[in-house]
Design a protein around this ligand. Structure first.
Ligand code: PHE
Ligand code: ZN
Length: 861
């Protein structure tokens, strides 16, 4: 907590190397309630010749004792966030003894106690809540850690690296000592103590080393850990095959905890996971959960090289590890299942969330220039746009060129803390190309608009495309430069095989001329979403229909269909559309999609083609968000489609039935199309009956939840009944109940706030558990357009009231949930005023966290 008047931003360009390094860390942690003792012995070495004092970071840390080379120090300066020692030797041992209270740490940062375990979270700046340290990623040390705890309550005592010693003490306590041979920044430190079920497996690396894999889960949940272990082995193998990267320690541990702010954390050799991204079996988890587990397990594993072996010099470089690692996990997922469907999934995230962030006051480049609270910069921009930037490099250099760049990057920087510039330099040098303009993607925020015009000369057969890039000012940056934008194109001519090419747009305006056409070709632009931009092009409805039904590229087919849906829907609101898509056009599209269906149809792609863009994505396509009108138009179009094509949906619904459950691509895709059919059929006469039947017959979570979602979206009479059956069945399983909480919180019912009150007082709800808070409060704010945007402002007030309380306990989670409120600029005047009013209320709160302060103050300025 801080006094708002002294909150200051840090700037990227102010970077200075550390005045001191810490070569070794010897930690001893005695876990006990309420006081845990932390003794740390550091070998401190002055960096170069200077007379600066040693300044250590530390937050809320009662200091018991401090020694230099075994002599007690009495002269030091302590502030709430630092400890300063003047005139220290050039090289010395520093011993620091502090006491902390993990049980009262509700921020889930530093060392905290969950219901039955102790656990740490140090990224980005949590280590300073455990002990005084130089808490920055360019200080790399070799760690030895000894943990002491009661043996019965905490039989497993874990930290990074290898277990080197252990022993028993007389009073029922025991200890374990760990040593991590790899130097690491303190944000990768981890400690876990608890009683778990342990699943074990092995992985044999390419060079023949046998790695012990250990997965720790809550007692009784072992069966739900198998999928995560399988995913880990797949990830290890994939990274060897695709990037020649082999695991380096002899043991790899993953711990699942219920209380966690984020998805998971890549601590060296000891990943800590939100249990939601570990636990799964067919009864309790959906196909989507299985997918996410595989992808998050891979993500954290891939960090061992991209993040841990080579880490970030400072936190402004976060995308160095995150953008790259997201790209790697996306490539992995694409190889595990369908490349096109995965690409669609990634693009949806960009268009729905990243475009929204860039349009807001929080707009920032993937490598930010100014940060007040680092936790606020674990964003879709740094992660997902960061991955798009890496993907563009991959597109421009090709797989082999990209791989050569990665090889050079590790050759140069293994064991170092480096910058995004270092990464791009490796790519550039390995490929002998000039990436200086490309690098602007790192420094420039905002979503570029690429506007394209076409011309065809009948006489010469020449087809000309005129490209223009528009980089409009953003909240954080007035001046913009032209970017290097790779644009994939496909030319389609009647009776000929389509041809594809890559066009590199570098100037403000640029022309592409193609000749030899006998008729005007149809062009599909931005195939595979080759750059994170918005495209403006006056497609004709016929061209879009042609692309949607005939393009060689699955992504372009989907994208053209989405464009038709979007334009039709905007045409129904005061925002309007220049395209004039009619209901007949929509019918033609869907007819075409159904007629196209073949024996070997990719069911998952078919389901994507038949899904309307969600309301959040639609909102990003227009400058003014007419939430009520858009939502109504979308619902009506779904009903229309459902009733016009009910026979088709019903046919596929029965064709795609299957018995038993396996998480295989074939089965997943069938469940996906089947539940999409049910979603539409729910909006027809037989809806209530069909949905109830599927729910009763289902023995897996995917189909049960599919039924519940269909019932909710179609406002079916059976909804409440099925929901209470579900609640009873899963009464003791909060992780599963999160799905139920979220379905209620996103229901478009008139008395939604009363419903939210009930959810918050549910016996399984817990205000300190981020998963619960996100499933109720987060879901309402992000995914209940009618409730959140109620014209009387009650939805906004509800969120602000909740955030005022949450901020004091868990600022990191509070600052995430405030996002929809901060996006008031797109709303009509009345709603914008109401939203600003709530933001102003938040800002007036004394002791507002830095996290909320940064986001709220920006959105009001
Ligand atoms: N580094 C983690 C990841 O991307 C995310 C994370 C950040 C987790 C901060 C906790 C705290 O995998
Ligand atoms: Zn990551």
């Amino acid at each position: 907590m801080s006094d708002n008047s002294v909150i200051q931003a840090k700037r990227r360009l102010d970077y200075q190397p550390p005045h001191f390094f810490i070569s070794t860390v010897d930690l001893s942690v005695k876990l006990e309630d309420p006081k845990t003792q932390v003794k740390s012995q550091l070998k401190v070495i002055r960096n170069g010749e200077h007379r600066h004092p040693l300044v250590l970071d530390g937050e809320e840390l009662p200091l018991i004792d401090i020694k230099i080379n075994a002599n007690s120090v009495t002269r030091y300066e302590q502030t709430p966030t630092s400890l300063t020692l003047e005139n220290v030797p050039d090289e010395f041992y520093l011993e620091i003894y502090t006491e902390i209270d993990p049980a009262s740490n509700s921020s889930l940062e530093g060392l905290y106690k969950t219901e039955n375990a102790y656990c740490t979270q140090c990224e980005a700046e949590g280590f300073r809540k455990i002990t005084y340290f130089i808490d920055r990623p360019d200080v790399l040390s070799e760690y030895s850690v000894t943990i002491y705890a009661d043996q019965k309550a905490y039989p497993y005592l874990l930290s990074n690296g290898n277990k080197v010693d252990s022993g028993k003490l007389e009073d029922g306590r025991h200890w374990v000592k760990w040593h991590d041979p790899f130097k690491k920044p303190c944000y990768l430190f981890a400690l876990v103590a608890g009683d778990f079920d342990l699943l074990e497996d092995h992985f044999k690396t390419v060079s023949g080393r046998k790695i012990l894999l250990q997965l720790f889960v809550d007692k009784g949940k072992a069966k739900r850990g198998k999928h995560a272990l399988t995913s880990l082995k797949k990830s290890m193998q994939w990274d060897e095959e695709v990037f020649d990267l082999e695991y380096d320690l002899d043991i790899y541990m993953v711990v699942a905890v219920d209380f966690f702010n984020m998805g998971a954390m890549e601590n060296k050799g000891l990943n800590v996971f939100n249990s939601k991204f570990v636990l799964a079996d067919s009864e309790s988890a959906t196909d989507e959960d299985f997918f996410n587990i595989e992808s998050v397990i891979a993500h954290e594993y891939f960090h061992n090289w991209t993040g841990n072996r080579v880490t970030c010099r400072d936190w402004f470089q976060l995308s160095l590890k995150e953008g790259l690692t997201v790209f790697r996990d996306q490539q992995f997922s694409a190889d595990m299942s369908s490349r096109v469907v995965n690409r669609i999934k990634n693009v949806k995230v960009i268009r729905e969330h990243q475009f929204a962030e860039d349009a807001s006051a929080m707009s920032h480049p993937i490598r930010p220039d100014e940060v007040i609270e680092m936790n606020n910069f674990y964003t879709v921009t740094v992660y997902d746009k960061g991955a798009e930037v890496i993907r563009m490099l991959h597109t421009l250099l090709g797989q082999q060129g990209f791989k050569n760049g990665i090889d050079l990057y590790f050759k140069r920087h293994d064991g170092q803390a480096v910058t995004c510039d270092d990464f791009v330099s490796a790519m550039q040098d390995a490929n002998q190309v000039d990436l200086s303009q490309f690098k602007l993607w790192y420094s420039q925020s905002g979503t570029p608009v690429v506007s394209v015009k076409e011309r065809f000369d009948d006489a010469t057969g020449e087809y000309i495309l005129e490209f223009q890039q528009i980089n409009a000012p953003t909240a954080d940056q007035q001046q913009k430069q032209n970017l290097h934008i790779p644009i994939r194109l496909e030319f389609m001519c009647n009776g000929e095989k389509p041809s594809a090419e890559l066009f590199e747009l570098k100037q403000g305006s640029q022309t592409l001329t193609k000749s030899g056409f006998t008729e005007k070709p149809t062009v599909a632009l931005l195939a595979d979403f080759s750059a994170p931009v918005k495209l403006e092009f006056d497609y004709t409805v016929d061209a879009l229909l042609k692309i949607a039904l005939q393009s060689q590229d699955g992504f372009s087919r989907w994208d053209a269909g989405q464009k038709l849906f979007s334009e039709y829907l905007h045409g129904k609101t005061p925002a309007g559309s220049t395209f004039k898509v009619s209901l007949r056009d929509i019918d033609n599209l869907i007819n075409g999609i159904f007629n196209d269906k073949q024996a070997d149809t990719d069911w998952a792609l078919l389901a994507e083609m038949l899904t309307l863009p969600n309301i959040e994505t639609l909102a990003q396509q227009v400058s003014r968000y007419y939430v009520v009108e858009l939502n109504k138009a979308r619902k009506e179009l779904e009903s229309h489609i459902a009733n016009t094509f009910s026979a088709n949906f019903l046919l596929i619904y029965s064709e795609s039935a299957q018995s038993g459950y396996k998480y295989t691509a074939t089965q997943v895709n069938k469940r996906k199309i089947r539940n999409l059919c049910l979603h539409y059929l729910a909006k027809t006469d037989i809806g209530d009956k069909l949905v109830s039947e599927q729910f009763s017959a289902s023995s897996n979570m995917t189909d049960s939840l599919g039924a519940l979602k269909a019932a909710q979206s179609a406002l079916l009479p059976c909804f409440e009944r099925l929901m209470s059956e579900f609640e009873q069945k899963w009464a003791d399983d909060p992780l599963v109940l999160d799905k139920w909480f979220a379905l209620h919180a996103s229901s478009e019912i008139p008395d939604i706030l009363a419903r939210l009150d009930l959810l918050l007082s549910h016996k399984q709800f817990n205000h300190d558990n981020p998963n619960r808070v996100r499933s109720v409060i987060g879901t309402f704010a992000f995914y209940n357009p009618t409730g959140f945007h109620a014209i009387d402002g009650s939805g906004y007030k509800y969120i602000a009231d909740y955030l005022l309380k949450l901020d004091a306990r868990n600022p990191q989670v509070a600052a995430r949930i405030v996002t929809p409120l901060s996006q008031w600029k797109k709303m009509d005047e009345a709603r914008a005023e109401l939203m600003k009013h709530q933001l102003t209320r938040l800002l007036a709160q004394p002791n507002l966290s830095k996290d909320l302060y940064e986001k709220v103050s920006k959105s009001l300025s």
